[in-house]
Design a protein around this ligand. Structure first.
Ligand SMILES: *[C@@H]1O[C@H](CO)[C@@H](O)[C@H](O)[C@H]1NC(C)=O
Length: 133
């Protein structure tokens, strides 16, 4: 075996180590289906993290207090798309009041086509999404 190959083999573990440590430690870990919900705009007021199942078709769940009819901002992690539904759509069908994906919507109290998503939302559902951000 040529000396150059021996050298390469000797360096291999060092190379692997360098590659393993090249992953930045500050990179945040997204959990698709994890959402931050707040009662106020701009992620103010009462905030809570919720974990929703995203396996298609996704879990259609009643929005818990204090966010039911009172959600000012929602930030889903990357990898999921979430929708809000009013009391007329308890099965989460239709296009929904609001379509949310990372980095979310900081003001759900804005009028969207005659609806205020933040004061009408009673159900939410997230689904896995590879194409959104
Ligand atoms: C939210 O942030 C926007 C942009 O900075 C600002 O115009 C708005 O007044 C803020 N809303 C509240 C309730 O703080």
């Amino acid at each position: 075996m040529a000396p150059i190959s021996l050298l390469a083999m000797a360096l291999m573990p060092l190379l692997a180590l360098a590659m393993a440590t090249a992953i930045p430690e500050t990179e945040s870990v997204d959990i698709p289906g994890k959402i931050l919900a707040c009662t106020g705009e701009n992620y103010t007021g009462e905030c809570e993290t919720h974990y929703l199942g995203i396996e298609i078709p996704g879990d259609c769940l009643p929005i818990p207090e204090p966010f039911k009819f009172n959600v000012g901002s929602i930030k889903p992690d990357r990898g999921a798309i979430c929708r809000l539904f009013d009391t007329e759509h308890p099965d989460c069908t239709g296009s929904g009041l609001s379509i949310l994906y990372y980095p979310g919507d900081a003001n759900l109290y804005r009028d969207v086509g005659g609806n205020i998503p933040g004061t009408e939302a009673a159900y939410w559902r997230c689904q896995q999404c590879t194409a959104c951000t």
